[in-house]
Design a protein around this ligand. Sequence first.
Ligand code: ASP
Length: 404
Amino acid sequence: MKIGLATQMFLALILGCICGLIVSAVGINPAHFKPLGDVFITLIRMVVVPLVFFTLIAGSSSISDLHKLGSIAVKTLIYYVGTTAIAVTIGVIIANVVQPGVGLTISTEGVKALNVNPPSLVKVFMDIIPLNPFDALSKGNMLQVIFFALFVGMACSTLRKELEVVNRVFEGLAEIMLKITSVVMLYAPIGVFALMTFTVGTYGLDVLLPLLKLIVAMFIASVLHVLLCYIPCIRFTGLKIKHFFSVVASPLLIAFSSTSSAAALSSNLQSVQKLGASKPVSTFMIPLGNTINMDGAAIYMGVASVFAAALYGIDLTIDKQLLIIVMAVLASIGSIGVPGAALIMITMVFTQIGIPLEAIAIIAGVDRILDMMRTSLNVLGDATGAVLVSKLEGDFVLPEEEAK
Ligand code: ASP
């Protein structure tokens, strides 16, 4: 019997939890498992830049009509930024209600704020334009990579007739990167097993319990976001909710267990096309959304910032909460689809608000659990966007069984 990748990863996740508990009970050092997990993370990091770069060029250049490309791009951006802003707002509101940081006994004594100067908003925007695209590619600066890829894609689209061969080369390179990703994913279950064993073996339940409220707040905010944002969008396309989720179950399981949207990219692309999203819309939106549309990361940043501020007794006035929303939207756009990315990007929000960066060390213990939730949401947001924009563009084809 052949077990699909998503199921294999889910099994690996559960086995990793069990193994982690055994390891900590019998006193084996869980760090022995970490290198096996690190191999997976490094492999994903290896593919993410060329994968997003080539699939995005191939996707945007496949839309031969520039007018159509513009129309898809505008709708995509409105959806991506709009849903991300709603996500972080829900996160901040829920965190204010649940108050996950209040009454926590974690000692913050002796922890001092690092002296970091937050970059200005203008600089954050200016940094999206790469001075040298090759430098951006080699450093893995994803926003700059995307910015350049969109230019290349647009140029290829306008020169489609003269340079057909170049367009085909980019399509071929995108196929190659998708193939390499699927080969890397053969190793994913082992990596997930090792990472889970390491996390559970190292942190165990001791870390989990004090931070349970943080996890619960993130969970409530995520469910609310699905109900308020995604379900109405899916309904609008005419798809049945049950059918939608049964088709996206594979990329969601991959995202949940690998905590990497990049790992779920190709499965997500296939799923939305199966659901009826058109090729031009899906090949443009899925690679783009993989990096810039991260609603899960945005919710996490909202919840975690309110949590950390309470931990350090920082009073969050309304203007500071609004600043959290703006910064979290930007930081989530800047996060890439690899495990733990938002934990690093959250420094952008913390420095603007004046939250000590040491708070990150406290959250890190439960980051894997939070990452599972946020990555699933990141991927779900992309899938919902692709079917919605395809519908708005008038090229959505309802699957036969749905049309009946
Ligand atoms: N792990 C997330 C993803 O791949 C990124 C993050 O939120 O850390 O989508």
